[in-house]
Unconditional design. Structure first.
Lengths: 817, 451
């Protein structure tokens, strides 16, 4: 076993841990701890950052590394700097004592091989330093073309390439072994000569010193290759005491040979962009307000996450005692209370009515339906309406549309007949509320002619093992693995092994029968066929995210094993991914968001809620409707979009915690259907019978300007992102001037035309327009505005048509709220 | 949906738009305002009958037409292009572009995106150079759409940049007296008054509280309402699209037909501040087949191209001259090409139908097939060095043998003209992966730069 350790020139250790402590007084902790619990320093260059924490009675913790005083049991073996850096001085064992007020905590230090001089290790330390400086990012020298003639592998993924380009390329002029600091590499990296990427290192920082030392030692490649086994990130997840907003992070690399290296000065730290929390380059997390944060730590090809919570206690925060209707509310409200958030009030009947119609069947209620619901005195009317809508045909059509959107079935991929055939298949799944584990299995293991086996369209769309793996992963696991096709995912723990291991399940899927002019194909299994790992060209065995398919019999359909893995109740991806998708469609925001992007740095905003929903889903046999009922009947779903009053100034940002209903643009199909419903004039879609609703269209690429403007997906990508959620100019132009829309408003055959014809009074018609368009009655003030306006127009039918158009252009109409 | 640079992906917000514009502004070098007109010959134009005649090849390659001298010493063109010949000192020909997109879709995708697109799909996997530029230059204070297709290129598209960066398509025939463009300044004075009234009424009634909207979507709707009203009622927009304001002589010079008037409209648009115009030459003026795809089954490749070049020659030459006459030649670049050249060796098959340029069903007639191994492209304006021929194909016109230029070089050339920082700009694709606007090592064609 051999050990290398990071070179830090002792007194230059600028670990910004020094920055972490403000000198504000800290309340007395109940106990003190010091990490790591055991320190092995296996060379004279090895160092270790300590982390001293005080723990309070409420289980919160505070960093005290700079406040603590340190004592070494034997200063011949090791000493500790004021900032908590352990420095070896000779072989032996000793104990370090950290003290704060009347508490103390101890850790053991073992120094060995102090007399051996070990060179800087290229493949770990130098490559790590280049990553720390950001030199090998995708936008810089890590891009496939490099930058200005200098190329590095993306995030140090391929040290061979890096070594070659650093030391051999352009006649070796990047490094100067005689005057190391004059190496082009170092001059540019420290910004001493013009560098497009600016200054990447301070000359006194350890990562830079590492590079200097490596050049001084003759730019040697690693004598042997050490494999990084895992990262240890300290502290583990914790809740910070409000006394201090900052928390330094210490990172240790564990190698397969058993050695441990403190890589705090080489690791790269990041957090999802959020103004609530920042992490410095040195790894000091600083909260700006109450928040939960996932901090991502990367060193070489390994990634680890630590979750920190900071709560600024608001003594005046009083959570109202809102009764939870079911487990959904319990989890949502618990999280809100923890973060000192309060939910909005319950929405009124009219808002609920419109919302649940749009979310379940994609339509708005007719004026009669609206009136009936609003006038009903039944205390259970909301629950009954939910059940009634779940049984409507439109429910199946609307939800089939959502799944068709992400299955990439279009005329080019599966032919026109295939599009209709796949659509019918999906509608029947939702109409029967088929158990979704069975549906997934049917799709994954599908074989045969696509006309008879519509599930097999999956393979017509995803024609190669790689493509099938990507689609499978995004559709059923909510994980995007595309990045890992060419390199380990730069921000995530998804590896190339994961990618090709998954593709290997599909290696024998073949298609036949595609000939010019024919519109069906047959999916079958070949007897042989393997996926190769790109660099080595070795066969890859089927492995699903670390779970091997096991021994396969010759000719066995591997996909059955994948389906077994997927639909095992213990699978951590599938039920959570599907319920998250359902939650997103009903609530307007995923618990994991974006919904097809489950990853370490994109944690759920409420993990307990997501787990509970997944359990509910499994408990009810993977059927959609029961879990939907749990969501729809919760108070959380029925909250108002409007928050009256103010959240506590010390609360977390509310936007991920479902404190109020989320306002969003209606989807393209919903808008056009709602316009047809409000005016009573159906829209015409080419090649569909008059009266077909937009949500019932079988295909995405309908030649229809309004739908195109509102970005109805043409179903060429497998993610929800094709449906754009922010409004565009083109859309507003259509709302103002779309000829079909204007025709509907002018039409004598519209609802409005009928009301005028039947000589209803203005007040009656205004009420009916509101019921038909906004699913509610107008207020007295609105009646007055309308009445006043009708005075100004020459003819009441002009004024009423203006009112109809004004309501159709209104935010209240266009947004689901 | 997009976001510049690294990271996941999210819906476009106004602040991101502004940020994107800042990047674009920083990246445009020198000239402030450049524009591009692409004349697109869908189906693929035969290089032998247009910009790369082969008078010394054997007859089974050469075809029936001879070549002519031009205003540019040493540059020969097909005899079917006399108007081009007259203005040859005002353009440069590239005869050696090579790519691997063998079908119309991939050919178009490769040439207009710069990526090695190999899979048959209607829309490109990567955004084309027009969408990218449109996205980078997006400015919502404009009263005209900034990327207009008169008519748009069949297989181009913004892919993961999002539909908001789709071309503004003008599908009508500008040669018709009834020509008008939907939505653009099309609202009459009285309709505008009505619309204004309705908008005012909406504002009076719309009570949904802004505080309900913590994701900021209502702001965006409200912000676009005024702009949409401007576009619909603006006189600037109306004027730009009103080709009837051109005098009769000018209209005649371009040719009183659809293609001629398409290019005249293109010139009007860039003069009015539109940056990106594509003009696809398809339809009836192509002859019976409707495009440039002269397989023997579709058309007699010589009859058909002779028919359509009379319109194309006049229109293109008029546009080039006009660009120079009006002093637009530094800022506006004109590019003429289709997705590929055509097979130099003439083959013979039975016609599938009688139409213009095609004999009755069953008659054997000559044709040429797809040929991405050698394509000729015309460049004019844009401050380039003109009167040159760059690159050369062999004596049969089969392979480029001198100064071979790739699709990446072509795209880089146009990006350079448009001030797009093609070496650094990137956008996240649908999986969130940041994808550079160009993956290949394309370099702007150096011969076009003025020394």
């Amino acid at each position: 076993m051999r050990t290398l350790s990071i070179a830090i020139l002792a007194c230059l250790s600028v670990s910004s841990i020094a920055l972490a402590g403000s000198k504000r007084s800290v309340p007395a902790p109940e106990s003190l701890s010091v990490l790591p619990e055991r320190i092995d320093l296996e060379s004279s260059r090895a160092r270790q950052h300590l982390l001293v924490s005080g723990k309070f009675s409420d289980q919160t913790q505070t960093d005290l590394t700079t406040e603590a005083s340190y004592e070494s049991g034997d200063s011949q073996v090791a000493t500790v700097s004021k900032t908590g850096l352990v420095i070896p001085h000779g072989n032996g064992t000793t104990e370090i004592i950290a003290r704060f007020r009347n508490h103390e905590a101890r850790t053991r230090v073992i120094v060995s091989r102090f007399d051996e001089h070990l060179p800087i290790d290229f493949r770990t330390t130098v490559v790590g330093a280049l990553s720390r400086g950001g030199c090998n990012q995708g936008g810089c020298h890590g891009s496939p073309k490099g930058k200005n003639g200098f190329r590095l592998s993306l995030r140090g993924f391929d040290p061979d390439v890096d070594y070659r380009f650093l030391t051999r390329d352009v006649l070796n002029r990047r490094v100067n072994r005689n005057v190391p600091e004059s190496s082009l590499l170092l001059l540019k990296a420290s910004g001493r000569i013009a560098h497009q990427g600016g200054s990447r290192f301070r000359r006194d920082e350890p990562a830079y010193q590492t590079l200097v030392q490596w050049v001084t030692e003759g730019c040697r490649d690693s004598a042997e290759q050490r494999t990084l086994d895992r990262l240890e990130v300290l502290p583990s997840s914790r809740i910070l005491n409000m006394a201090r907003r900052k928390q330094p992070i210490v990172v240790r690399a564990h190698y397969e040979d058993g050695s441990i290296q403190d890589v705090t000065d080489l690791a790269v730290f990041s957090t999802a962009e959020d103004e609530s929390v920042r992490v410095s380059r040195a790894g000091v997390v600083e909260f700006q307000r109450t928040a939960e944060a996932a901090i991502l730590v990367r060193f070489l090809d390994k990634i680890s996450t630590v979750r920190l919570t900071y709560i600024q206690t608001d003594p005046n925060f009083a959570s109202e005692d809102i009764p939870a209707r079911n487990f959904v509310d319990q989890h949502v409200f618990t999280k809100q209370r923890q973060l000192q958030l309060r939910p909005a009030g319950l929405s009124g009947d009219a808002v609920f009515l419109r919302r649940v119609y749009l979310d379940l069947i994609g339509a708005i209620p007719t004026p009669d339906d609206a009136r009936e619901f609003l006038d009903s005195k039944d205390p259970l009317k909301r629950q009954k309406l939910i059940d009634q809508l779940l049984n409507r045909d439109e429910y199946a059509q609307f939800w089939a549309m959502k799944w068709a959107d992400v299955m990439r079935g279009n005329r080019e991929t599966i032919s026109e007949r295939g599009v209709h055939n796949l659509h019918r298949y999906l509608v029947s799944i939702f109409a029967k509320d088929q158990p979704f584990d069975g549906v997934a299995r049917e799709i994954i293991t599908s074989l045969g002619n696509t006309i008879h086996e519509p599930a097999a369209h999956f393979y017509r769309v995803s024609r190669t093992p790689n493509d099938a793996a990507e689609s499978f992963s995004q559709l059923f696991l909510g994980v995007r693995i595309q990045c890992a096709k060419c390199h380990n995912h730069p921000y995530e723990s998804i590896t190339q092994q994961d990618y090709y291991g998954l593709a290997a399940y599909f290696s024998r899927v073949k298609l036949k029968g595609k000939r010019f002019g024919l519109d069906d194909e047959t999916v079958y299994l070949a007897r042989t066929g393997e996926v190769k790992f790109p660099e080595t060209e070795n066969d890859v065995a089927p492995v699903a995210f670390g779970k091997s398919a096991g021994d396969l019999k010759p000719g066995e359909d591997r996909r059955v094993r994948l389906a077994d893995w997927l639909t095992d109740p213990g699978n951590k991806f599938f039920p959570r991914s599907v319920t998250n998708r359902i939650w997103y469609h009903l609530m307007g925001q995923g618990i994991v968001d974006p919904i097809d992007d489950f990853r370490d740095s994109n944690l759920p905003s409420n993990a307990a809620l997501l787990d509970a929903l997944a359990q509910d889903f499994i408990k009810h046999g993977y059927r959609f409707k029961p879990v939907m009922r749990s969501i729809l009947n919760s108070r959380t779903y029925q909250l108002s979009a409007e928050f009256r009053g103010k959240q506590s100034s010390l609360s977390a940002k509310p936007d991920r915690y479902f404190t109020q209903s989320i306002v969003r643009m209606l989807e393209a199909e919903q808008i056009i259907d709602a316009i047809s419903s409000a005016t009573g004039v159906p829209e015409r879609f080419p090649n569909y019978p008059l009266g077909t609703r937009a949500v019932a269209l079988a295909e995405g690429a309908v030649s229809h300007k309004f739908l195109q403007a509102f970005t109805k997906p043409i179903r060429d990508v497998g993610c929800e992102c094709a449906r754009e959620t922010d409004p565009t100019l083109n859309q507003v132009v259509h709302l103002l001037n779309n000829p079909e829309l204007l025709d509907k408003i002018e039409s004598p055959h519209s609802r409005l035309g009928g009301w005028i014809e039947n000589k209803k009074t203005n007040t009656e018609i205004v009420e009916l327009l509101y019921l038909a368009t906004l699913s509610r009655r107008p207020t007295a003030a609105e009646q007055k505005v309308a009445a006043d306006y009708l005075q100004t127009t020459a003819d009441r039918s002009i004024g009423l048509r203006d009112l109809q158009h004004a309501l159709l252009m209104s935010n209240e109409f266009l947004l689901r709220h | 949906m997009f976001r510049l640079g690294l990271g996941g992906f999210s819906a476009m917000s106004l602040s991101q738009l502004l940020q994107a514009r800042a990047v674009a502004a920083k990246s445009s070098r020198g000239r402030k305002k450049t524009a591009l007109i692409l004349v697109w010959l869908p189906g693929g134009h035969s290089h032998l009958e247009t910009y790369d005649p082969k008078p010394s090849a054997l007859s089974d390659y050469r075809g029936p037409f001879s070549s002519i001298e031009t205003a540019a010493p040493g540059m020969q063109l097909s005899e079917l292009l006399p108007h081009h010949a007259r203005v040859a000192d005002k353009f440069t020909l590239l005869r050696s572009i090579v790519h691997t997109g063998f079908c119309h879709q991939q050919g178009t995708h490769q040439l207009l995106t710069g990526f090695a697109e190999r899979v048959l799909r209607r829309k490109p996997l990567y955004p084309d150079l027009f969408s990218v530029t449109h996205r980078l230059r997006y400015d919502k204070s404009r009263q005209l759409p900034n990327y207009v297709g008169v008519a748009p290129v069949n297989y181009a598209g913004p892919s993961y940049l999002g539909n908001a960066y789709e071309v503004f398509a003008v599908s009508g025939d500008p040669n018709q007296d009834s020509f008008s463009v939907p939505n653009i300044g099309s609202v009459t004075q009285s309709a505008a008054t009505n619309l204004r009234r309705r908008i005012d009424l909406r504002q009076q009634l719309d009570h949904l509280k802004a505080k309900a909207d913590f994701l900021g979507r209502m702001d965006a709707l409200d912000a676009f309402e005024q702009q949409a009203f401007n576009v619909l009622t603006s006189t600037q927009a109306t004027k730009a699209f009103d080709i009837r304001q051109e005098d009769a002589a000018t209209r005649e010079r371009y040719g009183r037909n659809r293609w001629g008037q398409q290019l005249l409209l293109a010139r009007r648009l860039v003069e009015s501040g539109v940056d990106l115009v594509t003009a696809q030459f398809s339809g009836a003026l192509c002859g019976g087949v409707g495009n440039w795809d002269d397989h023997a089954v579709n058309a007699n490749c010589f009859e058909a191209i002779k028919y359509r070049l009379q319109f194309m020659d006049k229109a293109v030459a008029a546009l080039i001259e006009d660009i120079y006459d009006r002093g637009l030649d530094q800022d506006v670049m004109v590019v003429v090409t289709g997705e590929f050249g055509r097979t130099p060796k003439i083959n013979s098959k039975k016609s599938t139908g009688k139409r213009i340029g095609s004999a009755p069903v069953g008659t054997m007639q000559p044709g040429r097939d797809h040929w991405p191994r050698a394509t000729s492209i015309l460049f004019a304006g844009g401050g380039i060095e003109t009167g040159q021929v760059v690159g050369r194909t062999d004596v049969r016109g089969e392979d480029a043998i001198e100064r071979i230029v790739g699709r990446g070089d072509f795209v880089a050339t146009l990006y350079k003209h448009l001030g797009v920082d093609f070496e650094n700009a990137s956008f996240p694709d649908h999986s969130g992966r940041p994808v550079p606007v160009m993956l290949s090592d394309g370099k702007p064609i150096r011969e076009l730069s003025r020394v």
